[in-house]
Design a protein around this ligand. Structure first.
Ligand code: KG4
Ligand code: ZN
Length: 340
């Protein structure tokens, strides 16, 4: 039997520059350079992101190869994020990947960022956790997207529901901003919520009849509530920070788990999965595990490092495409919005 290929993955869709080397589905390295520069602006500034990708790309790829213990001549193919994402950021990764593939004379593979988040569940874990079995339901929750998918195979993912306004990660980040917390707010809210009472404050959750999500009403209800309390007591946020974080987190996670439960009742499958940056949330991980126990199903949740943006998941998607010899030409162009 021939050895599995070495795939170099490149991710640059938003504000993380990442490069990874995998061999089959085994991660040999997964290097991520974040961009602190956006914190002071309370969100990602596209122009600054592209520039930082340009600065970070070569050192990140170099480190990924060194940590994997291979030289560039060993790479079988280069897989990179072609969209969706910030166009200027995507162009940096795409130009780099094309140049490197051309100079090494190896195949180039384009990867959809959102599908790659789902396939993060197929990378080997240290605990050797079992992988999802097709077909499975997957909730993909990130800073830019909230999708409920029926995953029929590595490439065939049927969209059952999506957000009609803000993404779940955006709901976390915007709520955190209302509380004066730094960007990205999701991990901060998660940490503060662990010391707070989730039932202390109540906000309205959208009740859509289908499998779609909506978070903008919840965010507005949270904003007005905090604004009104601040009029009565200027120290309201500081005095109630943990309870505020726990309460808003409770409502965001409840709308996600309620929809997942509805989907599980409507669509027959033996297992389901979670993916995307918000899948790092401790409350969501707990609730999804409880849901699996309730319905006697198996749930797969990626390890923390593979939930947020990383190039190992890009390489993983690339690996499955490599097996099918599904390569791209040099004329392929990045796209900013979700395709299907
Ligand atoms: O997948 P990701 O790294 O980037 C996108 O593709 O958007 O997701 C980033 C999002 C941010 O909104 C961030 O606040 C959220 O994931 N996030 C979390 C946690 N860790 C990251 N949200 C809630 N709890 C967390 N622990
Ligand atoms: Zn992402």
């Amino acid at each position: 039997m021939t050895n599995p290929p070495y795939i170099l993955g490149i991710e640059s869709s938003c504000d993380d520059t990442s490069a990874a080397v995998i061999c089959g589905t085994k991660i040999l390295s997964n290097v991520i350079a974040g961009q602190k520069i956006h914190a002071e602006f309370g969100g990602v500034v596209p122009e600054l992101a592209s520039r930082a990708h340009q600065q970070n790309m070569i050192p990140v790829v170099d480190t990924a190869l060194k940590r994997a213990g291979i030289s560039k001549e060993h790479i079988s193919a280069i897989a990179y994020t072609n969209g969706p994402g910030l166009l200027g950021s995507l162009l940096v990764g795409s130009s780099f990947a094309k140049g490197m593939a051309l100079s090494l004379n190896i195949p180039l593979i384009v990867v959809d960022h959102l599908k790659a988040h789902v396939l993060a569940n197929f990378l080997d874990t240290e605990e050797n956790k079992p992988k999802p079995e097709f077909p499975f339901l997957c909730l993909t929750v990130s800073g830019g997207h909230t999708l409920l998918l029926m995953v029929h195979d590595y490439f065939n993912m049927e969209l059952l529901g999506r957000t009609i306004d803000d993404a779940a990660g955006e709901a976390f980040d915007k709520s955190a901003k209302i509380l004066g917390l730094p960007y990205p707010g999701g991990p901060v809210v998660d940490r503060l919520a662990q010391q707070g009472d989730p039932k202390r404050f109540t906000f309205s959750i959208a009740k859509l009849p289908d499998l779609n999500f909506s978070f903008s009403g919840l965010k507005t209800s949270f904003l007005y509530f905090v604004r009104d309390r601040l009029k009565e007591n200027p120290n309201f946020i500081e005095e109630n920070l943990n309870d505020l974080a726990a309460s808003i987190q409770y409502h965001i996670i409840k709308s996600l788990t309620d929809k997942m439960e509805k989907a599980l009742k409507q669509h027959k499958c033996t297992n389901f999965a979670l993916s995307g940056g918000v899948a790092a949330n401790s409350e969501l991980r707990k609730r999804m595990t409880e849901l699996a126990e309730k319905y006697n199903l198996r749930v797969t949740i990626p390890p923390l490092a593979l939930t947020t943006d990383n190039a190992a998941m890009i390489a993983c998607y690339g690996y499955f495409k490599y097996l099918q010899e599904e390569y791209a030409g040099l004329d392929v162009v990045p796209y900013s919005s979700i395709t299907s």
